[in-house]
Design a binder for this molecule. Structure first.
Ligand code: FMN
Length: 734
């Protein structure tokens, strides 16, 4: 069955029952506390199996005038109904070892009684019971569809408990907790359904049928209870209830209810007169009750509390996920017939759609007609000149639900006019088939005569807003659309602003590809690490620019910057004078810190991507660091040469390999080719859990990952996703 079937079932069931589920979970938490409360009190015993029924009764007889019945409840509490000399009847908690009273039996606390009635019937008697039963039934299906969704996500039952690939916060936690709590929730709901069916007599309760005639019983010599075979054989752990005979007449007897059967016991000699094994359905009812209430086990009560809290969390996170999807709904300004630009989206979680919405808003802002829809809505677009396809990949490299029919629709709706297309693939490198559906889409479109690919297919890893922005600005340039970085996808951050003074700066010029190094220092204590990002907001457009930080001293950092002709912040940094202050915030970027555990790290960069690595090598004491760097000409490395030479000399950098792409033919090479030349070393490093850190352009990242994948496959027979799973790849590319 398809992913969307399970997803919609899960969602529809949860929405239809969420109010009742909240109520049932909250009251369930309170009710699960009751057995814990009872079992931690003194009158609950954990040694019932060690005391035979005969001993317990003898002790009782010593202490009490007359006993009417004794009972051990599910919370291991031994209780007796006794009559004193004055004929007063009391129900007492009894210490089985002595037969002494531990106090009169207490009624349940009013809060538990209130929670119980609310939980069982919502104070609405049969109607309420019906609804609660129905909700338990729906909860079973919510749990089952949750299990199916998790299996789909994890790639089958075998991988149910393998590590979960992290995507967005709430979907990730929904699955993490779901995996552990789905089974207890399923047990909770199934037992709830059973109890409800029993209450409505849909599952009939059984009647004990003992096969004997009391009239035939005869009086005999009274034995001591200690010598009663039935009472010697069973202990208090086996006991549910023992009813004493009403009178000393021979036709009266003991009725002994054990866990599995009921016995009729002669009151004179203790012989078993008749026995009745409870039917299987009674055992199910008994265990359903225990499993549903947690009675008898503190541990299971705690699991039930966790499951109830889990249900509340799933409702909360489920709504968060749903609202995120709804937020990215499509609202078009123009009819499809008149639009020059058409954006079609393949998305399940809604993030791709929010990126598409950002592009849509920008095109609209520039006064062009654009139509946004899902890929399954492909049809004839008579005015379309540019088709932009933005699609995620799911499952085993498959299409998201709203793009599954795209291939068929392409055939069904041929366009009359020629058009250009650009494809943007959203995916995660943690999956073996990275952006596979985007590539499939490209293959489908390649077969169309009227369609021409305008830009090479671009992939976006882990919903990187930086990578998307880069693509969008590049695409806009080609289309001659002065697109701006959309504000709404780069979440505004509230960062503490620091005053940083420029302590050192190199000059940028054309021969250095307009790159320069700038050192910034704070008078006050700064908390940051190499790999964190410096956020500078330009006053001109109120938008944030991010630079990778290299930490070179306690409160001092270095940035490698490329000056863009019209770049607001890069020019501001380039023009800043020594000791002049600028205001900036620090964004933690834990994913790109030097790994704590790995002893060896291979750093790969192009151009200004070297920035964070300059800090890492400057502060390195114990790690074996290797740097591969690529630039256009030898000269472009000059700003970094002194620092890398110093690091090599003091061994904080073990090796340095440089690639220049615009030097003489024989020297011309790319950084990914350096890796291929060192394939044996790289393969060994991959095997030994060395971490690879990549910083620089997206194009270089793609090429480097391709080389690493190749080396892994050839030398170690392992694809790159294997190493990604082992957290050996850290990337910060733009
Ligand atoms: C269950 C599941 C399976 C996925 N499978 C793949 C995959 O095979 N290849 C890939 O590149 N990305 C895969 N991804 C990552 C998504 O494509 C990526 O997170 C994308 O940005 C989600 O976009 P959406 O929120 O618009 O659906 C998968 C994600 C999930 C949750």
């Amino acid at each position: 069955m398809s992913l969307s079937f399970w997803r919609y079932s899960h969602l529809a069931l949860a929405i239809s029952s969420f109010a009742f589920l909240v109520l049932a979970s909250l009251t369930g938490i309170v009710l699960a506390l009751e057995p814990i409360n009872i079992q931690v009190q003194d009158y609950s015993s954990n040694h019932l199996e060690e005391i035979s029924l005969a001993e317990a009764l003898q002790n009782l007889n010593k202490e009490h005038e007359e006993v009417l019945w004794v009972e051990v409840n599910r919370n291991h509490v031994f209780t007796a109904s006794v009559m004193d000399e004055a004929g007063k009847n009391q129900v007492l908690y009894i210490q089985p070892e002595t037969g002494k009273s531990l106090g009169e039996k207490q009624a349940s606390h009013p809060i538990f009684q209130f929670a119980k009635t609310l939980h069982r019937s919502l104070f609405l008697k049969s109607v309420g019971r019906f609804f609660i039963g129905l909700v338990a039934f729906l909860l079973c299906f919510i749990a089952l569809s949750g299990i199916a969704l998790t299996m789909k996500r994890q790639g089958g039952f075998k991988n149910f408990f393998s590590p979960i690939i992290k995507d967005s916060f709430y979907p990730y936690l929904h699955v993490v907790f779901g995996r552990w709590l789905l089974i207890p929730i399923l047990i909770l709901s199934l037992s709830g359904v059973y109890l409800s069916l029993q209450q409505f007599n849909i599952i009939p309760s059984f009647k004990v049928e003992q096969n004997f005639n009391p009239e035939t019983l005869e009086e005999s010599t009274q034995k001591d209870v200690l010598d009663f075979p039935a009472f010697k054989k069973y202990n208090l752990g086996d006991l549910r209830r023992l009813e004493f005979p009403f009178s000393p007449f021979p036709e009266d007897y003991f009725t002994l209810q054990l866990q599995q059967k009921e016995l009729i016991v002669n009151q004179f000699d203790g012989e078993i007169i008749s026995s009745y094994e409870y039917p299987f359905s009674s055992l199910i009812a008994y265990y359903s009750f225990k499993l549903h209430t947690g009675e008898g086990s503190i541990l299971w009560s705690l699991v039930l509390i966790l499951a109830s809290i889990g249900i509340l969390f799933f409702i909360f996170s489920g709504f968060k996920i749903m609202f995120k999807r709804r937020r990215s709904r499509i609202r078009n300004h123009y009819k499809k017939e008149v639009c020059k630009y058409v954006i079609l989206v393949g998305s399940e979680g809604g993030t791709t759609l929010s990126f598409a919405n950002a592009l849509y808003a920008e095109i609209i802002r520039l006064g062009h007609k654009v139509y946004l829809s899902e890929m399954n809505a492909y049809q004839t677009f008579p005015a379309m000149e540019h088709l932009i396809l933005m699609t995620a990949t799911y499952g085993n490299g498959e299409a998201p639900a709203n793009a599954k029919n795209f291939e068929k629709l392409l055939e069904k709706h041929p366009q009359q006019q020629n058009f250009n297309y650009s494809i943007l693939g959203f995916g995660s490198r943690s999956y073996p088939h990275f952006c596979a559906f985007a590539y499939q889409t490209e293959a489908f479109l390649n077969t169309l005569e009227k369609a021409e690919e305008k830009n090479p297919l671009t992939t976006i890893n882990n919903q990187s807003t930086e990578a998307f922005t880069q693509w969008m600005l590049g695409w806009g340039k080609k289309e001659q659309l002065p697109l701006r970085v959309p504000k709404n996808i780069l979440k505004p951050r509230k960062l503490q602003q620091h005053q940083l003074a420029c302590s050192e700066k190199t000059t940028s010029d054309k021969s250095l590809e307009n790159t320069f190094l700038i050192q910034l220092k704070s008078d006050k204590k700064l908390k940051f690490k190499s790999g964190d990002l410096l956020s500078i907001i330009a006053k001109e457009d109120d938008r944030e620019r991010l630079y990778s930080i290299g930490k070179i001293d306690k409160n001092e950092m270095i940035l490698a910057v490329k000056r863009h002709e019209k770049g607001v912040v890069s020019n501001q940094l380039n023009n800043v004078n020594k000791s002049e202050n600028l205001s900036a915030g620090i964004v933690k970027n834990k994913a790109f810190h030097l790994p704590k555990r790995s002893k060896q790290v291979i750093m790969i960069a192009t151009g200004t991507g070297i920035g964070p690595f300059l800090g890492m090598m400057a502060q390195n004491k114990h790690k074996d660091l290797h740097l591969y760097w690529g630039g256009r000409t030898k000269q472009t490395f000059e700003p970094y040469a002194a620092r890398t030479q110093k690091a090599l000399a003091n061994k904080s950098l073990s090796s340095l390999k440089l690639a220049f792409s615009r030097e003489e033919q024989e020297e011309r090479t790319y950084v990914q080719e350096l890796l291929m030349q060192d394939a044996a070393f790289i393969a060994e490093a991959l095997k030994n859990k060395t971490v690879f850190m990549i910083c620089g352009s997206i194009v270089m990242q793609e090429a480097v990952l391709h080389s690493l994948n190749k080396i892994g496959l050839i030398h170690n027979q392992k694809a790159l996703c294997y190493y990604e799973h082992r957290k050996q790849l850290k990337m910060d590319c733009y």
